[in-house]
Design a protein around this ligand. Structure first.
Ligand code: NDP
Ligand code: OXD
Length: 311
């Protein structure tokens, strides 16, 4: 099946070159814009597509992303309403995210930022430490990734709360919350807040001053969902007034983060360049193959997002 490879941010074809070569007998991948035979294109592999990218493929049936979040494809103005958008669901990615989040929770719990400063100042001083059981962690989003992250943290001894849109029965040892009221009930018992939500109209701007002030004083934010979900000015104010003691930020409203942004040199912020975890090459290739097979069979591809819900 013919697949257009579309991105205005990355050279997807060279990045995924080996993975695409392995499936070349089933998927013929061609760089966008496909000039000859655009009408034969039935699937696309896309990440941050050009706004008009999908206009030229009249027989497009599905667009596969290279990540768990499909927001950048769903936001593309030329995406036709009938086209399926397929995200990657990769247990290895969820596991990598679980390690990333655990590291940052422990960074906060064990006061490693202070130890780094003490080392720079050549100060030998032991700090008072708390067991994991004294540090409640709450996760916004109890989906494929949030679930794995929650289990990992619970296994390390942290009390873990999870929040979803629809009510869930959480795994043993976790407390589940849902909806706006559930959010604020959960925040009252939150020291570390982990964001693992998809970007939708409901989650855009959700993490704001009201959320920070509902958390325990001196709390910590781990921002791994999407940058647009957090109000930057409210984070800076919460750090300034001590409501939050620090934040780990992996995702930003503008990526790459502009060189003059205050986050770069803020003493209470730890930053990574949207690299909390990655999907494996194999998972991307498998998603394309499964999508092509479903289209040939006239079925909805596995892991197609619900476009009315936005994730
Ligand atoms: P899923 O679709 O599996 O899970 C999404 C979860 O969010 C579900 O529990 C869903 O609730 C919940 N949710 C959605 N909207 C709302 C809402 N309005 N209120 C409360 N809960 C809501 O997604 P994944 O777990 O696979 O991925 C989550 C996100 O993590 C991605 O969309 C992406 O933004 C981010 N991500 C970031 C990465 C990084 O490197 N920084 C890497 C990978 C992912 P319900 O269960 O009721 O449907
Ligand atoms: C993803 C991401 O959605 O990398 O997978 O953010």
């Amino acid at each position: 099946m013919r697949c257009a490879v579309i991105s205005r941010k990355f050279d997807l074809r060279s990045y995924y070159g080996k993975a695409l070569a392995k499936i070349a007998d089933r998927i013929e991948s061609i760089d966008h814009p496909v000039t000859d035979g655009a009408e034969a294109v039935r699937i696309a592999l896309a990440w941050h597509p050009h706004p008009d990218a999908f206009e030229r493929y009249p027989n497009l049936k599905a667009v596969c992303t290279i990540g768990a979040g499909a927001d950048n494809v769903l936001a593309c103005p030329s995406l036709p309403p009938h086209v399926n958008v397929v995200r990657v669901v990769d247990p290895a990615q969820a596991e990598m995210m679980a390690g990333f989040v655990a590291w940052h929770v422990i960074w906060h719990q064990r006061k490693f930022a202070t130890y780094m400063q003490q080392q720079r100042d050549r100060i030998w001083r032991r700090l008072e430490q708390r067991p994991a059981s004294d540090v409640p962690v709450s996760i916004l989003g109890y989906g494929k990734i949030g679930e794995r992250v929650a289990t990992q943290l619970a296994g390390l001894g942290f009390p873990v709360n999870v929040w979803s849109r629809t009510p869930k029965s959480a795994a043993p040892g976790l407390r589940a919350f849902a909806g706006r009221n559930g959010l604020f009930a959960m925040l009252a018992e939150t020291e570390v807040l982990v964001n693992l939500l998809p970007l939708t109209p409901e989650t855009r701007g959700l993490i704001d001053a009201e959320v920070f002030s509902a958390m325990k004083h001196g709390g910590y934010l781990i921002q791994t969902g999407r940058g647009e979900q957090m109000v930057e000015a409210d984070l800076l104010a919460a750090l300034e007034n001590g409501q939050l003691s620090g934040a780990s930020l992996d995702v930003f409203a503008v990526e790459p983060l502009p060189a003059d942004h205050i986050f770069w040199h803020h003493p209470q912020i730890l930053m990574t360049p949207h690299d909390a975890c990655d999907v494996s090459f194999t998972a991307v290739a498998n998603t394309l193959v499964a999508t092509a097979a479903a289209i040939e069979a006239g079925e909805i591809p596995p892991h197609a997002v619900d476009r009315s819900r936005g994730y």
